[in-house]
Design a protein around this ligand. Structure first.
Ligand code: BGC
Length: 415
């Protein structure tokens, strides 16, 4: 977009846009930041980060390149097109872990290892996270946060009307509570959305049925997608779907969340960006619990920011990344975004009760990655799984779903 605009202006002025050699040309002072944060808690988080960037980086201006769509489904497509026409934003949001490897292998992002050293990031980020961010000895992004995916959000008033006052202890108890809500007249007890949100639900069930180690092994080749426990999880998943809204495939996560806010559903499984979003949308009285049967598993993902190869404004982007990685940047951003700081030295004061509980769980929990949010699998694998779930959602053949999932793993698993 921006390159097209620059070219148009250059043409009007009658100058060459590429390397005029004019030393008097001032360096660009706009940093285009590409995310998928456009409304509710996501926008509130971005706005807080931008305010900090403006204070930290005098002379630099934020340019919003956001593309709407939960989990970045549309943004990632748009980014691919921009990369293909050599028009990258200066920096873009990408999940730490497997998802980043695509950009690294394609030579689309720069090595930021030297910044880690000069900004002292290694000592203040968890060693495991730094290891997840390191590819062939180099680090290519700065994490802004840690999100948790395996959380169930509740509308306590709806649950109370059906006599439900405590969180279910396992999947069987959860299904029994869903049945109680249905019997109490709640048409869609479990709010559901499109493909990737269904993948989140399936992943949560897989964690319960396979345990954290068995689940993580699905993405390393150590656990068999064709095994009996995956079949069992698909049966549980199918039971859960039967308590959801029928228009699930047409809804993004905020629309499914609306069913919860409006009392049309009692539960929604969603990442903790929902904590910020529920508050931003005037529903601070939500309840939450870890997905039943997940025990101490903390399914994490981390939004991180990159420096695009060919970025127009390297100096400004460096300053953006420094703010993203700073203690103050992480404090203000995460307080508004629902996630917790990736840095370990940010005080917990000023964070919501949910976030304080997530901070404690992150310290004591068992980390497991997420395929829906890029820490476990690269984008092509995620796309294949989402497609399998979309066809399952209309066709409902568990055997075909399991075989589609296994075939996807055969293609993408990195030995
Ligand atoms: C991102 C979050 C975002 C969520 C919903 C996740 O993949 O990590 O930052 O809020 O998608 O859009």
């Amino acid at each position: 977009m921006r390159m097209v605009a620059v070219l148009a202006v250059a043409a009007l002025l009658g100058v060459s846009a590429c390397g005029s050699g004019d030393d008097d040309t001032p360096p660009p002072s706009t940093v285009e930041v590409f995310t998928w944060w456009v409304e509710g808690g996501e926008k509130a988080g971005l706005d807080a980060l931008v305010r900090q960037f403006t204070a930290d980086c005098p002379g630099q201006r934020f340019e919003n390149g956001a593309v709407a769509g939960g989990a970045g489904v549309n943004a990632k497509r748009e980014l691919t097109q921009r990369m293909a026409r050599h028009d990258p934003p200066d920096t873009f949001q990408a999940h730490a872990g497997a998802e980043l490897i695509d950009y690294i292998d394609a030579g689309q992002i720069e090595d930021l290892t030297a910044y880690y050293d000069s900004w002292g990031l290694r000592g203040v980020l968890p060693a495991d996270l730094v290891a997840d961010l390191t590819v062939r000895g180099k680090i290519y992004s700065v994490p802004a946060n840690i999100h948790r995916a395996n959380v169930v959000w509740t509308n306590p008033a709806v649950l109370a009307r059906a006599g439900i006052t405590v969180p279910p202890k396992d999947l069987t108890a959860f299904i029994a509570d869903l049945a109680k809500l249905k019997a109490a007249g709640v048409e869609a007890p479990l709010a559901l959305g499109r493909d990737w949100t269904q993948l989140m639900l399936l992943e949560a069930v897989l964690i319960s049925d396979l345990g954290p180690t068995g689940f993580s092994g699905l993405f390393t080749g150590d656990t068999d997608w064709r095994g009996a426990l995956v079949a069992k999880a698909i049966t549980h998943f199918t039971a859960l779907l039967s308590y959801g809204n029928l228009d699930r495939d047409a809804l993004d996560w905020p629309q499914a969340e609306r069913l919860l806010i409006d009392g049309k559903a009692g539960y929604q499984l969603m990442g903790d960006w929902a904590a910020a979003d529920l508050a931003a949308k005037g529903f601070p009285g939500y309840g939450w619990f870890t997905f039943p049967g997940n025990g101490k598993a903390f399914q994490w993902s981390a939004d991180s920011f990159t420096l695009s190869t060919g970025a127009a404004n390297v100096t400004g982007t460096e300053c953006w990344l420094k703010t993203v990685g700073s203690a103050t940047g992480q404090q203000v951003f995460n307080a508004a975004k629902g996630s917790i700081p990736a840095r370990t030295d940010v005080p917990s004061t000023g964070f919501s009760p949910y976030q304080q509980s997530a901070m404690a769980d992150w310290k004591s929990g068992i980390p497991v990655p997420s395929c829906a949010h890029g820490s476990a699998c690269p984008q092509a694998w995620q796309t294949a799984v989402n497609a399998a779930l979309t066809s399952y959602s209309s066709g409902k053949d568990g055997k075909i779903l399991q075989s589609d999932l296994a075939q996807a793993a055969d293609l993408f698993v990195r030995p």
